[in-house]
Design a protein around this ligand. Structure first.
Ligand code: C2E
Ligand code: MG
Ligand code: MG
Ligand code: MG
Length: 273
């Protein structure tokens, strides 16, 4: 009987579960402070052409080290924020810091390469998001081509009307949209039929396998489909020369990864220009 009861209604007393809940609460609490105290930083990871490893842009990645919790990774705290009321707050904060960096870049460099920012699904589906972002650009006198947005497949799959409206509005105004972690969502071929985005970022898990027979077939197919649709392709998480060579032979457009550059403080990244 005891065995039968386990795992039914007693999850509350499961110490593992309780630790996870406590961790979430801690992160939420500390993150709130961090946002108030400007304790959150943005790193930039350079993006390169596959053809000749030329710098082609950057991706903004949020970084947070808490005095108690130590370094917390974005995969963890972005998810916690999204499940709490802090989701928009974090995104808006990140966008603010991000736009300051874009503005500084536009002011100091003759050559302006686009900087991409990750937008959570909830925020992208928010009614005011598109207008908010366009206003922010106007306020700062920034050209839409100075930025790019990365969203996940989930945003497209959920078919939320406001998300589509935002997508259309932002693209009409010249902002490029990328699908991040492509291939890891519940993608189906039918959603590729009307894929109205500018860029696909093939998830790192596929690049890890790009030297195997099946892996290379998959990546090659995605690149071909994207090309047929006029969509550019970025390979995420390129770590070895062999992977880069394979991607080059497949005609992949851009790449990111530790092989070429890790995420680094914004000033350091922009000095590469
Ligand atoms: P992502 O947008 O797919 O970002 C790529 C992640 O892969 C980054 O992890 C980056 O540091 C890491 N990476 C890049 N090259 C390599 C490589 O060669 N090998 C390996 N193993 N990893 C590589 P990071 O910075 O920890 O971010 C994780 C995720 O958290 C991001 O995945 C994104 O979904 C989310 N995230 C990060 N920053 C933000 C942000 O400012 N706003 C939002 N909403 N989400 C963010
Ligand atoms: Mg990304
Ligand atoms: Mg990604
Ligand atoms: Mg990712």
């Amino acid at each position: 009987i005891a065995g039968k009861r386990r795992g039914t209604g007693v999850a509350f007393f499961d110490p593992e579960h309780q630790r996870a809940m406590q961790r979430r609460l801690d992160i939420e609490q500390r993150l709130k402070d961090a946002l108030q105290n400007d304790n959150i930083e943005i790193f930039l990871q350079p993006k390169y052409t596959v053809e000749d490893s030329r710098l082609s842009g950057f991706e903004a990645l949020v970084r947070w080290t808490d005095s108690d919790l130590g370094r917390v990774f974005p995969d963890e705290f972005v998810a916690v924020a999204e499940q709490s009321s802090l989701g928009f707050e974090l995104d808006k904060y990140v966008i603010g810091v991000f736009l300051n960096i874009v503005q500084e870049n536009a002011a100091n460099n003759r050559k302006v390469l686009p900087i991409a920012v990750n937008i959570t699904a909830n925020h992208f589906a928010d009614t005011g998001f598109g207008v908010f972002l366009l206003n922010e650009l106007t306020k700062r006198d920034l050209h839409p081509s100075a930025i790019e947005l990365e969203i996940t497949e989930g945003v497209i799959m959920e078919r939320s009307r406001t998300a589509y409206e935002n997508l259309a509005l932002l693209r009409e105004n010249g902002i490029r949209i990328a699908i991040d972690d492509f291939g890891t969502g519940y993608s189906s071929l039918s959603y590729l039929r009307n894929l109205e985005v500018d860029e696909l970022k093939i998830d790192r898990s596929f690049i890890e396998e790009v030297l195997t027979a099946h892996g290379s077939a998959l990546v090659q197919s995605v690149i071909q489909i994207a090309k047929a649709f006029g969509i550019t392709v970025v390979a995420e998480g390129v770590e070895t020369e062999d992977q880069l060579n394979a991607l080059r032979s497949m005609g992949c457009d851009y790449c990111q990864g530790y092989l070429l550059a890790r995420p680094m403080p914004a000033a350091q990244a922009l000095s590469l220009l």
